[in-house]
Design a protein around this ligand. Structure first.
Ligand SMILES: Nc1ncnc2c1ncn2[C@@H]1O[C@H](COP(=O)(O)OP(=O)(O)OP(=O)(O)O)[C@@H](O)[C@H]1O
Ligand SMILES: [Mg+2]
Length: 122
């Protein structure tokens, strides 16, 4: 989980617009309507450079980057690792973006029913 948030928040900071201070919002809520099982929805929203949504699939693949290495450092591994982490927890990850305005990364995790602990019988 730490690696997931580190890369998403790290990207939101890294891909800021040169003349605009970065503003990053992290929210979480539970969705119960029309989904089974219920899920957590976590959203990381930034006001950075954004990207063209037609490349959405590409950014979650290893070594795929939409911005030049000379402008923003990185290897293009972060989001591929994020996707692996999320999938391991039966969740999903996607994003929406408007170039020049910002991006929103959306992570969901199913909420499993919490098993009732067996009471101790001494
Ligand atoms: N918040 C964002 N705003 C704009 N573009 C983004 C954002 N997050 C990711 N991207 C685009 O998706 C690409 C892939 O992201 P990813 O985190 O996998 O790689 P990276 O940050 O470039 O390198 P690494 O995470 O390995 O240091 C980025 O290079 C960038 O082009
Ligand atoms: Mg990254």
């Amino acid at each position: 989980m730490r690696q997931l948030f580190q890369n998403l928040i790290g990207n939101a900071l890294k891909f800021h617009r040169p003349d605009v201070p970065p503003l990053i919002q992290v929210t979480a809520h539970i969705v119960t309507k029309n989904v089974k099982p219920k899920e957590y929805v976590i959203e990381i929203t930034d006001n950075g450079v954004g990207f063209d949504e037609k490349y959405l699939d590409r950014i979650f693949a290893v070594f795929q980057r939409l911005h030049g290495r000379d402008q923003y450092e990185g290897t293009g591994i972060g989001l591929a690792v994020c996707r692996k982490i999320v999938e391991r927890h039966n969740g999903t990850i996607t994003a929406t973006s408007t170039p020049g305005k910002g991006s929103k990364f959306i992570v969901t995790f199913p909420i499993k029913a919490i098993k009732q602990e067996k009471p101790y019988d001494n």
